[in-house]
Design a protein around this ligand. Structure first.
Ligand SMILES: [Zn+2]
Length: 482
């Protein structure tokens, strides 16, 4: 190197260092001003690890072992619970529901990264043994309410407005309906031990396997056909009521049709145990001798085996038998009659656990309330198939019900692909059901795999990268109303 070049370096190097130093100082000052002005919003901009609560939080979730659940490895809920808890769980028990949310009957916990001590013991940041998990998600949100976003806080206060679940169904759930807000409040005051919430519970079931459900009442023509073809129902309710329903025509008002349907349904559901057992015995004997059973008749025989002598078996004749393929969803509004029959599904609902039951259940029945509250909506329910979210290359499909509290996205990525969830004004809960990958938010990154459940604060954009084929679901507040 010549002396001339060495001289140039001696002059230029200090100048470059001064310019670089000044640039770094100006950047630092600029950053400090933003922090002073609005400390919370900084995270949404830089995405870094400034505020721990602004990061994605991994959750440990609750499981319900109701007896209608699928057993062990047959159950999606078992698979997810085992992966989510990281613990050995009994494969011989039924695994019915996996709950992700803040409801007190099955709260999720925020997993704190454990500290490993020199003696090998593992503690979380509260110095409790780490397998106890971190704080309850509800109390964590109460301490960090800004994670909900302003609009959600204003409308629903400091709690998640939705509850996210996975269901694995081996035998039917009860014939049920969920009260509207007004009735939920009334029932909660009357009997808080049974109706634990004063909130309504609209819900949506998105099939992840072939899924069967009974939902709403059949239309008038089908109802009249049932009365002609199922003499056991006529025997139970009497010929006068059968004649009344059979003589209704399309000219009669909707109100009259609903009133007659209500009378018929109430009379069936209120029949004595003895009378129900008697007609069910005649019905099953007749059907077992019959050739070419309809799909409803086959279902009725199945139901009777699973719930012998239960009046819900007869109610099935009056309801629509719906079969969903994976990727199809069903929305259940307030006071709509339904019973999920079999299959695995993703379910989302307003945060509530209010159920009024009247059949296919060993649990408490409230026939009078159920018969009184129903909408008596007739006809096949709409099947929701979802729509592609713009700008995601067809990787994300959104299922948006008419309810304000929630919507569900399904994200499917082939190996080595990437997509992004745009920033949303409300919080999100993500569930990974298949595969492995990473989720990135600004500069922070989390490895994800099947069974992981993540809470993402409002106003954060996330990108998802797949290492294998990856399937995940997001529940969030309905963006149409935000
Ligand atoms: Zn339900």
């Amino acid at each position: 190197m010549s002396e001339e070049y060495v001289d140039s370096y001696v002059i230029l190097l200090p100048i470059s260092l001064i310019v670089l130093g000044a640039f770094l100082i100006s950047l630092f000052k600029k950053g400090s001003k933003v922090v002073k002005k609005n400390p919370r919003s900084t995270m949404a901009v830089n995405g870094g690890g400034f505020w721990a609560e602004e990061k994605i939080q991994k959750l440990r979730c609750s499981v319900k072992n109701y007896d209608w659940g699928r057993i062990g490895l047959d159950s999606e809920v078992y698979r997810l619970t085992r992966a989510n808890s990281g613990a050995k769980i009994d494969p011989n028990k039924p695994y019915a529901e996996f709950w992700m949310g803040t409801h007190e009957s099955g709260p999720s916990r925020v997993i704190k990264k454990p500290k490993i001590l020199a003696n090998g013991n593992c503690f979380n940041s509260n110095w409790t043994i780490c397998d106890l998990g971190g704080p309850n998600l509800k109390s964590w949100i109460e301490r960090n309410p800004h994670v909900l976003g302003d609009k959600v806080r204003k409308k629903w206060g400091s709690d998640l407005p939705f509850l996210f679940k996975v269901l694995s169904i081996a035998k039917p759930l009860s014939i049920q309906a969920h009260p509207c807000k007004e009735l939920a409040k009334k029932l909660h005051i009357q009997d808080p031990n049974v109706y634990k919430d004063a909130n309504h519970k609209p819900e949506m079931a998105l099939a992840i396997t072939e899924f069967e459900a009974l939902c709403g009442f059949v239309g008038l023509e089908d109802l009249q056909m049932v009365l002609r073809n199922v003499p056991e129902i006529s025997q139970l309710v009497g010929s006068a009521l059968v004649d009344k329903v059979s003589n209704i025509t399309a000219e009669d008002s909707e109100q009259d049709v609903k009133a007659a349907l209500k009378q018929l349904f109430t009379q069936i559901m209120s029949a004595s145990e003895h009378a129900v057992a008697d007609v069910l015995s005649q019905l099953t004997s007749r059907l077992r001798l019959k050739d070419n059973l309809t799909s409803k008749e086959k279902l009725v025989l199945r139901l009777e085996e699973q719930y012998p002598n239960d009046v819900g078996v007869l109610a099935a004749f009056l309801m629509n038998f719906v079969k969903l393929n994976p990727g199809e969803a069903l929305c259940i509004g307030a006071n709509d009659l339904h019973a999920y029959v079999s299959g695995d599904c993703i379910e989302c609902m307003a945060t509530s656990d209010n159920v009024v039951r009247a059949g296919l259940t060993p649990k408490k029945r409230d026939v009078e309330t159920l018969c009184d509250m129903l909408t008596y909506k007739q006809g096949h329910p709409d099947i929701v198939r979802g729509f592609n979210v713009e700008g995601t290359g067809g990787c994300i499909k959104r299922y948006r019900p008419s309810f304000e509290e929630f919507e569900v996205d399904h994200c499917h990525l082939f190996k080595g692909k990437m997509t992004a969830f745009p920033a949303m004004a409300g919080p999100s809960v993500f569930l990974v059901t298949e595969g492995m990958g990473t989720v990135r938010m600004g500069f922070s990154m989390e490895k994800i795999s099947a069974g992981d459940v993540l809470f993402a604060p409002a106003n954060t954009k996330l990108s998802i990268h797949s290492e294998t084929r990856l399937e995940l679901y997001r529940a969030g507040v309905n963006t149409k109303y935000l």
